[in-house]
Design a protein around this ligand. Structure first.
Ligand code: UD1
Length: 335
């Protein structure tokens, strides 16, 4: 039996494939390589000593999924594939809804046909919207989003909840990620942003590498201890292990459950800058800039449910995240 990782050559998908292979699961990856490279499959093999089965293709394409399910015995799906750039989603919302929703629907239909009943979904803390009730708990009622990317996550959560309610055999696990950073300790897989990075850590590592001359800190007048935005940064390897825990959970439960994957600790933008400087003995020039539209002051997870129900807890430190992000940036694979 194999676990299908859609988007398995991407940042979070590749780290999860590694952790699954490390606990002796067989992994099948489907990825259209629109934001990653086929060599990630080779690197996963070097890290783990095991090669995932790989298909280049679009998850929304029924013929591709038919081929994957008919050629493999798929026991569970972890659905990472999707468009994920917040700014771009505002420019081309229809493409985001088409791509992200279609892939999910095609998967659900194909899974039903082949008797596969376990679906783990990459959701996001973005569904907590502009709420200021931190820490965010999974039972929060006032969900909402500030951009089309976020709404695709929100809508897919709803589709999966409805699918689970209608099918007593289906097990759905919705994982709401906080802010994944870091990279595998080998330096062989990590996050490779397209163009100018939107997210904080890839921007910092590019400043450190001399690719950008300084970091713009978006706002220093938030109601936070130092005035800069506070987020729950989680090491991508911890996040990947959260998927292994979710997979194990799904073997014994049906219905739909949602879990936050975060550390429960909030760090400000300046905390991250200073931690990165200290961990890697270098300086990050920065300037205070206006707030970025759509940003909230503070966002961090309640981790109680994941700890209690999944038996999973993030273990790596902010220092690990800063060191591993920089090792990845310095290596040849991030180029
Ligand atoms: C963003 C997305 C979120 C998505 C997540 C994926 C927005 C509004 N939210 O989260 O929907 O799920 O990425 O990882 O885009 N910052 C700077 N300078 C920079 C970049 C960021 O000061 O050059 C600050 C931001 O204002 C924020 C913090 O750093 O306070 C983290 O930003 P980022 O890494 O973009 O993540 P989020 O905005 O939390």
């Amino acid at each position: 039996m194999s676990i299908l990782c859609t988007g398995g050559t991407g940042f979070i998908g590749s780290h999860t494939a590694v952790e699954l292979l490390c606990v002796n699961q067989d992994v099948v990856i489907v990825d259209d390589l629109s934001n990653s490279s086929a060599s990630v499959v080779d690197r996963i093999e070097v890290i783990t000593g095991k090669r995932p089965v790989f298909y280049k293709g679009d998850v929304a394409d029924k013929a591709v999924m038919e081929k994957v399910f008919s050629e493999n015995s798929i026991d569970a799906v972890i659905h990472f594939a999707g468009f994920k750039a917040v700014g771009e989603s505002v420019q081309i919302p229809v493409a985001y809804y088409r791509n992200n929703l279609d892939s999910t629907l095609t998967l659900l239909e194909t899974m039903k046909k082949y008797g596969c009943h376990r679906f783990i979904f990459s959701s996001s803390a973005t569904v907590y919207g502009t709420s200021d009730k931190v820490p965010f708990t999974e039972d929060a009622k006032e969900l909402g989003c500030t951009n089309p990317y976020g709404w695709t996550k929100f809508m897919i959560e709803q589709i999966l909840k409805d699918a689970a309610a209608a099918d007593p055999e289906l097990s759905v696990v919705l994982l709401r990620y906080f802010n994944p950073i870091g990279a595998h300790a080998s330096g062989m897989i990590g996050e490779k942003p397209n163009g100018i990075p939107n997210n904080l850590m890839p921007y910092i590592t590019q400043v450190a590498a001399g690719i950008r001359d300084h970091l713009s800190v978006f706002g220093d007048d938030y109601p936070t201890p130092d005035g800069t935005g506070v987020r729950d940064y989680i090491h991508v390897v911890d996040l990947a292990k959260g998927h292994v825990a979710a997979y194990n959970y799904s073997t014994e439960h049906t219905g739909c459950e949602v879990f936050n994957l975060g550390t429960g600790i909030g760090y400000s933008v300046l905390d991250i800058v200073h931690a990165f400087e200290e961990a890697n003995s270098l300086k990050i020039p920065y300037e205070i800039a206006p707030r970025r539209a759509g940003d909230i002051a503070t966002c961090y997870a309640s981790t109680e449910k994941a700890e209690k129900v999944l038996g999973w807890k993030a273990e790596l430190s902010l220092q690990d995240m800063c060191r591993d992000s920089w090792r990845w940036q310095c290596g040849k694979w991030s180029k």
